[in-house]
Design a protein around this ligand. Structure first.
Ligand code: C2O
Ligand code: CU
Ligand code: CU
Length: 505
């Protein structure tokens, strides 16, 4: 069993890769934090594959207060690139996994069965979840009949063999959460190979709104991947242990953009309003989504943690890893026969997804001026302040990423936080870091000393901090005592130790 490195690469001396693709000094065009990984397989023609919609998971049993599910984590051979097979590690063998579509206040109980050959951990991102089900990175689910001598064996957690049951109370407002792997040191490769899916919570407040629904509500999970010549996933894992090759420690950005698991797909829409629910499930890539031709804009109605107070109109959507944006797009501004493409402006307008406007249709949806009453919290008196510094770090000659100068150590609680206590947390960075907090959502109070940015509205659980920036957020934890995490959601940074534990008391 290895307990030593916690994801730090044993590269003696060297400074590692330069910050090649990070911000070049221009505020207007922040580039990617990451290193491009190119496919060896021929890239498919864009807009040939229809957009898949992940299937909604059916409970195996329900009672008055809970729904019970069973998910099998397994390998499957999927045709992601036309004509080639890719072996994925997926929930129910799918990429993305099945979507949980659940009611606020009803408990979701998920038995996860591990039929892979590596251990896993499941985390519900955005969930207000008891610590025992939150996916602590050492609470491993070991394969039922795997080889248990491998590097995934780590001491100090609550280990289970074959199957483990996670309980999610869903005592929170309607929002699109997602679940994904959280295995210590191996989250990045395991999410990359397919261990991610959606968990949508609905409630009466949201159901009362006349928003587009049914097949006019579309989840869009964006993730970039690279493929070997035989169609298998390419991932630059470190040769000698956890983490990624040193040259990719900025993050892996890849050259094929998958939406709901399909490369640059195409989707036919009616000329009406649609509700598009975006998740950036990429390991490291950021997107600034825009339509290649007007006039459509994005009317943002929700954020990571559910509905905004009021809609916000945005020309483009900047979305960092793990963030969600819930938007309405009105395709009635186009003519039947028009094609409109979502592109990534941070990447020379690279393709993401195409819509084909098929026909006129009736539309009884609308966007109310008042969406919700999630009041912006006034800054409370007697608030506790903490600073979290996200920085590249050197520890004994090893390259990695640190929080407050420390590599992740599951035995060290960097903070003890009282339940129901308001706190203002300041996130301070060197390069781009999407910062994520478990257990409670937060509101952005200020960015760079000024007002919150254009993408900071509402309740967030992940906030993109740009190079050398300070973002203050107001947070208050409630209900659950235990060990939780704050970390960078650039998954290469996370695996290379940019994670810290705190304890709610
Ligand atoms: Cu989405 Cu701690 O993770
Ligand atoms: Cu999380
Ligand atoms: Cu980071």
């Amino acid at each position: 069993m290895k307990l030593s490195r916690r994801g730090f690469l044993a590269v003696a001396g060297g400074t590692g890769a330069a910050l090649t693709l990070t911000n070049c000094g221009s505020e207007a065009k922040p580039a990617q934090a990451g290193e491009l990984l190119r496919s060896k397989a021929p890239l498919p023609e864009p807009f040939k594959v229809p957009l898949p919609i992940p299937p909604v998971k059916k409970p195996i049993r329900t009672d008055t207060s809970a729904d019970y599910y069973r998910v099998v984590q397994g390998k499957a051979s999927l045709e992601i690139l036309p004509g080639l097979k890719t072996e994925v590690m997926g929930y129910d063998g799918l990429l993305p996994g099945p979507t949980f579509d659940v009611r606020s206040g009803r408990t979701t109980v998920v038995e996860q069965v591990n039929e892979l050959d590596v251990s896993t951990v499941v985390h519900l991102h955005g969930g207000h979840t008891p610590a025992s089900s939150d996916g602590w990175p050492l609470d491993l689910l070991m394969p039922a009949d795997g080889d248990h001598s491998g590097h995934h064996m780590m001491a100090g957690g609550d280990m289970k063999m074959g199957s483990r049951t996670y309980t999610y109370p869903n005592t929170q407002r309607a929002a699109m959460l997602w679940y994904h792997d959280h295995t210590m040191d191996y989250t990045a490769p395991q999410v990359y190979r397919g261990l991610f899916g959606l968990h949508i919570i609905r409630d009466d407040e949201e159901d009362r709104l006349p928003l587009p629904a049914g097949d006019r509500e579309i989840p869009l999970v964006i993730a970039d991947r690279a493929f070997a010549a035989d169609g298998s996933f390419l991932y630059p894992a470190a040769k000698d242990g956890p983490g990624v090759e040193t040259s990719y420690m900025e993050g892996v950005v890849a050259d094929v953009t998958l939406v709901n698991g399909a490369p640059w797909p195409v989707h036919e829409v009616d000329a009406v309003r649609y509700r598009l629910r975006f998740l950036n499930a990429s390991n490291a890539r950021r997107y600034e989504l825009a339509f290649d031709k007007g006039p459509a804009t994005f009317v943002q109605i929700g954020s990571d943690g559910g509905l905004l107070d009021a809609p916000v109109e945005l020309r483009t959507l900047v979305i960092a890893p793990a963030e969600r944006f819930d938007v309405i797009v009105d395709f009635s501004q186009y003519q039947p026969g028009d094609e409109v493409t979502l592109v990534n402006k941070l990447d020379n307008n690279a393709n993401v997804l195409r819509f084909k406007v098929a026909r006129k249709a009736t539309d009884d949806s609308s966007i109310p001026a008042k969406l919700s009453s999630c009041a912006v919290l006034p800054e409370p008196a007697g608030v506790v302040r903490r600073k979290w510094l996200f920085h590249r770090g050197n520890a004994n000659g090893h390259q990695g990423w640190t929080i407050n100068g420390k590599a992740f150590d599951p035995a060290v609680m960097q903070a003890q936080v009282k339940l129901d206590q308001f706190e203002i947390w300041s996130f301070v960075t060197d390069v781009h870091h999407p910062v994520h907090v478990h257990l409670a959502p937060f509101q952005v109070l200020s960015r760079g000393g000024g007002k919150p940015g254009g993408y900071d509205a509402g309740w967030k659980d992940t906030v993109a901090i740009r190079p050398a920036e300070v973002v203050d957020v107001l947070v208050r934890f409630s209900a659950h005592k235990g060990k939780y995490l704050i970390h960078c959601h650039n998954l290469e940074h996370e695996d290379m130790a940019m994670m810290a534990a705190f304890e709610t008391i």
